[in-house]
Write a protein that binds this ligand. Structure first.
Ligand code: SF4
Length: 117
């Protein structure tokens, strides 16, 4: 669904049916302990760009709310974890590398490619 900031996000849920006006962020709401969401958090949240860059269904985003400076608004920050590979704290835009390994190996300055593929 499209967030109040105008970006598509799989974690955003809204119900406007028959006059309802319910909005929630299921990334923050499902955190343990749950984090309080407000629409302004979507403006600087990295999750929509991460979803565009990496569609891995195994990767978990672990949210936290940080205030970059004492006088600024809180912002969503995420760390990563993958229960499939057991790896954590990798770049969520790239992924942990287990499911999408490169089709060639690097040795020194030479790139060795598979002649068949
Ligand atoms: S805060 Fe981030 S994860 Fe939550 S709905 Fe907004 S953009 Fe999506």
């Amino acid at each position: 669904m499209r967030t109040p900031a105008g970006k598509e996000c799989q974690y955003f849920y809204a119900d406007y049916y028959r006059g309802r006006n319910h909005q929630e962020c299921r990334l923050l709401g499902d955190a343990s302990p749950a984090l309080k969401w407000e629409p302004a958090l979507c403006e600087t949240c990295p999750a929509p760009e991460i979803q565009l860059a990496n569609a891995c269904q195994h990767m978990l985003l672990i949210p936290r709310l940080d205030r970059p400076f004492p006088f600024l608004r809180r912002q969503v920050r995420v760390s990563t974890s993958c229960p499939h590979s057991g790896r954590s704290d990798f770049d969520p835009h790239i992924g942990c590398g287990k499911c999408h390994e490169l089709p060639f190996t690097l040795s020194g300055d030479v790139i060795e490619q598979d002649p068949a593929g």
